[in-house]
Every structure is written in C-alpha cells, then in structure tokens.
Design a protein around this ligand. Structure first.
Ligand code: KE4
Length: 430
C-alpha cells in the first residue's frame, strides 16, 4: 500500500507537533508504521491522503454515530455557520440540547456544557468535592477519564497504550487523593471506603469500560457501587463520555437502571465537534458558578456549532428502530471477527453493547486492567497492520473499543470479513 503522502506529512508534522499528532493514541506507537493522514470521511468510510479508502470503526473515537459527513449534520451546520461561529453569549441551541440530555437521562437534572470530556470530568469532580466537602476520589485501574492531573493514575486508553505508569509533571500532592480500585471488584471499593471513612468525595467509573478494550460490568457490579457510595455518602459519578448516547438512548445508566449522582458526557452529544458536559442532581449542580461558588467557565462552551451538530445527531437517533439497528450492527460486526478468527484458529473473545464493540485476541476472560494488561501487543500489532492494509481502520491500540454507526451495513461487513480472513490467516501462519 503506497502511503507516501501520509509518510511525508507525518515527517513534517513531527518537526512541529509533539509526536506528529495532536493526541498520542493516533501516532500508531502500539501498532508500528505511521499514521494515515485523512483527507475526508464519507459515511462509514475514511479516505486518506494517498487515496486509500477504509471502513472506519473508530468514528472519531465514538463521536460519529451517524457516520462521517451525515447529510443532516452538514446541512444544519452549514446553516448555523452562516449566522456565525461563536457568540460568547447564550444561544437557543444550548437550551434545547440541555433539555434533550436531561430528558434522556433523568438523573441529570441540570447540565453544564464544556469543550471536552477531560474538562467535563475535572469539573464534575471539583463539584463533587465541593458538595461533599471531601477530597478523595476513587477511580478504577484501566479506566480513562481524560488527562486532568488528578486522574492520570493507572489510566487506560492512550496512557495504557504507551505503557506510561502515569505522567511526569503531575505533582505527588495532586494524585495523593486519587485512590485506585479494581474494575468488577466491588470489594476493592468497599475496602477503600472503609479505610478512609468520611473522606471519599466520589467514585468515578466508566459504567461500560471502553479504555482497556471493551470490558463489560459484571452482574451486580454497578449496583454494588451505587449501594456502597450511598452507604458512605460519596457521590457515584458515571463517566459516560464514551457510553452516553452510544450504548443506548439513555446511556449506560438507562441500560443498567442505575441512577448516578453525576454524569459526564462528550463525543456523540457534539456530533464530531469539540464538546463535553457534566450534570447531575440540581442540588449538586446549583453549586456551579454563577448559581453557586464552584467556579467553572469556558470561552467556547455551548458554542452554536457544536450544539447544532449535537442536536441534529440526537434528533436523528430519535428515529424509530435506530437503536435496535445499531445493536444488530455491532453484534454482526463482532460475529464476523469471531467467525474469521475461529476459522483461522486464532483465539479471540468478542463483545458488544449498543453501538460499541470490543475484541481481545485471547480466549482468556478480560474483566479488569490486570487481565487486559497481559494482552499480546505484538500479536495485536500484526493483526492491525493487515486489517489496515486490507481497508479496515480500527483503533490503533488493544486498549480501545470499536464503534459502528447508522451507516455501517452488509457491504462494510463484507469488507471487514475479507480483511479479517487475511489478517487472522496471516497471524496464524506465523
Ligand atoms: P476528551 O478529553 O478526549 O474529549 O475525553 C476524555 C475521555 C473521558 N472519559 C472517557 C470515558 C473517554 O473515553 C475519554 C476519551 N476517549 C479517548 C478514546 N478512548 C479519546 C481518544 C484520544 O485520547 O485521542
């Protein structure tokens, strides 16, 4: 596959951008070779600058649930753009999007828009600390909640991909109040809460973990977190940046019937434009300035373009049958991977939930970071490269999830199947 233009662009980029990318996981460090520079997205596809077309299962890390350049999103954004890009003042779309989010997730009585998931999480935890007047935060090894200092502790996603234990530049004092539990192990949370009575402000969790590969919550795990946090007067924060409007119309909280105290969102609610949001019970959110004393602000928060892209996306998701179609699509996608790997004799375990899916190239059960960390990274890299050469663009890390959109269909699964056959045969024959 001739990728000269991408290679040259990457060489140029590395002179002026750290690692040649604006977000580490894109650099292909975990899979070798060089990233593909993308010229355009078309529905379920991306086309790189060398003209190669790929079925895209990254979809801007989950944001593009309608696929690339969806006609309605482009049309509505174009119209919005003609009225300007940003006002630095309230606009009607912010109100409508807030109302939509609160209707979809009744646990969110009030919501504040921000510009990234990181910003949403750091803001939510500031409010949680203010509301409880406590300092400690519990997170789970392998979960990723953005790059705010206090959360760069045993994080998943790009931190895990690069094998970074944590990050230089984060003062000890900043993470001294961040405690780490084990995903799918409620006892590890109970132990922390009992060891620090009255000190834990919040337990933050990815209700479906998407940043150590896709790891589903085991039966009773989320319910146990709800009970434990209530018992200890700590807030339960669902980080739904990835799962919100991805695993179902009410997010993971709707799917699993759990009422968190706070929720963070991103990705889908911005339709591919920069966005994040944090929300929760009104009594908690009324602490946020200017209603209350907890300061949080943002120049472009709630800007008309991101709000419109999010609104149009959520409106399209209201179409009858969309969610069952999305679930069927991700189930069919992992069935293709599973069948192809089995045919080649390559171990694989697959899962899907709503419009997201995961696969691990092992028969071992992956239930937490300890089990995910042992994955064979070189096997993944070899598999990845053949998939890419065969026209399928997957997340370039075993510690990520896969995403489908409303425009992934049989034709795309045909391409996926052919690519998977080539990739699994290749790794099996080594
Ligand atoms: P951003 O700051 O990247 O918008 O969101 C941070 C974040 C927070 N919470 C969860 C559950 C997330 O998955 C993320 C970001 N997801 C990664 C993909 N695993 C973003 C991709 C990247 O870092 O380039």
């Amino acid at each position: 596959m001739d990728t000269e233009r991408s290679r040259n662009l990457f060489h140029r980029a590395q002179r002026r951008i750290p690692g040649g990318v604006n977000s580490p996981v894109r650099a292909f460090k975990a899979v070798g070779g060089h990233p593909r520079f993308i010229d355009r997205g078309e529905g379920a596809y991306m086309v790189d600058v060398d003209g190669h077309r790929y079925v895209d299962h990254v979809m801007s890390w989950g944001a593009l649930i309608l696929g690339h350049a969806h006609a309605s999103v482009v049309a509505d954004l174009t119209e919005t753009l003609r009225a300007g890009t940003s006002f630095g003042a309230p606009c009607p779309a912010e109100v409508e999007l807030a109302e939509r989010i609160c209707k979809a997730m009744p646990a969110v009585q009030k919501v504040r828009m921000v510009n990234s998931g990181t910003e949403a999480v750091m803001s939510a935890l500031r409010v949680a600390r203010a509301f409880t007047q406590r300092k400690k935060i519990v997170k789970f090894a392998g979960c990723y909640h953005g790059h705010a200092d206090m959360l760069l502790v045993e994080a998943g996603s790009g931190v895990a991909t690069l094998g970074l234990p944590d990050s230089p530049g984060v003062p000890e004092a900043t993470v001294a109040d961040t405690l780490v539990a084990r995903y799918n192990d409620a006892d590890s949370v109970r132990s922390i809460l009992e060891a620090f009575p009255g000190e834990v402000a919040a337990v933050i969790v990815e209700p479906v973990a998407g940043n150590m590969g896709l790891v589903l919550p085991e039966e009773g795990f989320l319910e146990a977190l709800r009970a434990l946090t209530s018992e200890h007067n700590a807030l339960l924060v669902f980080d739904e940046v990835m799962t919100g409007f991805r695993v179902g119309p009410g997010g993971a909280q709707g799917r699993f019937g759990i009422t968190p105290d706070m929720t963070t969102l991103g990705k889908v609610i911005g339709g591919g434009l920069p966005v994040g949001a944090f929300g929760g019970r009104a009594e908690i959110m009324d602490l946020v300035a200017p209603e209350g004393p907890v300061y949080q602000a943002g120049t472009l928060s709630g800007n008309p373009l991101a709000m419109q892209a999010g609104l149009t996306t959520l409106r399209e998701l209201d179409e009858p049958g969309v969610w069952s179609q999305l679930a069927a699509s991700s189930e069919a996608t992992v069935e293709v991977l599973n069948n192809s790997a089995r045919e080649a004799g390559v171990p694989i375990s697959v899962s899907s939930v709503g419009a997201m899916f995961g696969y691990f190239l092992t028969d071992d059960a992956i239930t937490d970071w300890d089990s995910a960390a042992g994955l064979d990274r070189s096997l993944f890299a070899r598999f990845y490269q053949v998939m890419l050469e065969s026209g399928v663009y997957l997340a370039p890390s075993p510690f990520e999830s896969g995403f489908v959109s409303t425009v992934h269909g049989d034709a795309e699964r045909e391409i996926l199947g052919a690519a998977a056959d080539a990739a699994f045969q290749a790794v099996a024959s080594e």
